[in-house]
Design a protein around this ligand. Structure first.
Ligand SMILES: C[S@@+](CC[C@H](N)C(=O)[O-])C[C@H]1O[C@@H](n2cnc3c(N)ncnc32)[C@H](O)[C@@H]1O
Length: 264
């Protein structure tokens, strides 16, 4: 495991079988493993007993990311774990990691990789360079993809990824643009996969929103909950059946229409 990079590793949606061999290797060799509690719980037994574990939470995220940066500079092999694939619906988190790593300080191991990324803090996915590495003020970050919860949802729903509009509401701040995108895609009859936002834009709120915006209440939807875990469940019905139903934060909503392709 190279010591000159900080790894951001995707660890799959929950079941150990979905952790890649590469992710396992990186985690086992790390001196410091960080992540939000759901991520740490997935990989806890892979972590070396001598390694330090940092459990992130929204309240202390910034100081803890700064602490990770300091430990990295002290020559610790550091890994930050993300549920699923970091390249899907984790851009705000990656932005914060990049921002913490861009703080000034002597670069470790004289890392002098070519800076091919957009400036630190860029939010679009295209800001991640093709080889998944970036340099920000001396700290190289390498993103290792994992198996995303949306890949599992596609497989369960029998949907090809190229036929789907993915929309994530799992972000902080305004959801206005995503809501507009959702209405547009729903009206065009697209297949849509949605990640709700815990806890203020959950499947029942999304169903209410869609009906309020003129989408027919009989439109078919599915909600996949706790994918790959022991308590995995799927709920199918029409929008009007979901208005009062509560779901866990590990939920993915699918609107399967594909009206345009069916017409072809
Ligand atoms: C911050 S996003 C991260 C998504 C992740 N990067 C991925 O590729 O799966 C977290 C959201 O992903 C979805 N999610 C993650 N794991 C899941 C699972 N096992 N079952 C259902 N949904 C899941 C939920 O919508 C959850 O709120």
């Amino acid at each position: 495991m190279p010591k000159d990079k900080l790894f951001v590793v995707g660890i799959g949606p929950g079941a150990k079988e979905y952790i890649t061999e590469f992710a396992k290797k990186i985690i086992k060799n790390a001196d410091l493993v960080a992540g939000f509690e759901p991520a740490i719980n997935i990989i806890r037994d892979l972590i070396n007993t001598r390694a330090e574990i940092i459990v992130l939470d929204y309240a202390s995220e910034k100081p803890k990311l700064n602490m990770i940066r300091s430990k990295f500079r002290d020559s610790k092999r550091c890994v930050i774990c993300c549920v699923g694939d970091p390249n899907f619906s984790d851009q705000q988190f990656i932005k914060k990691i990049r921002s913490a790593c861009s703080q000034t300080g002597a670069p470790r191991n004289e890392f002098r990789g070519t800076c091919v990324t957009a400036p630190c803090g860029a939010t679009s996915r295209s800001a991640i360079p093709p080889d998944g590495t970036s340099e920000s003020s001396g700290i190289g970050i390498e993103v290792i993809p994992g198996i995303s919860s949306v890949q599992i949802a596609c497989a369960k729903a029998g949907l090809a990824m190229e036929d789907i509009r993915f929309i994530t509401f799992h972000k902080s701040g305004s959801l206005k643009a995503e809501k507009m995108e959702l209405i547009e895609a729903a009206k065009l009859g697209k297949n849509i996969i949605l990640l709700p936002r815990p806890w203020d834009f959950m499947p029942q709120d999304i169903a209410k929103f869609l009906i309020r915006k003129g989408i027919p209440p009989k439109t078919r939807i599915s909600v996949y909950e706790n994918l790959t875990l022991k308590n995995e469940a799927v709920f199918r019905g029409s929008l009007e059946n979901f208005l009062e139903k509560d779901f866990s934060d590990l939920s993915i909503m699918i609107i399967k229409q594909n009206r345009l392709r069916q017409k072809l």
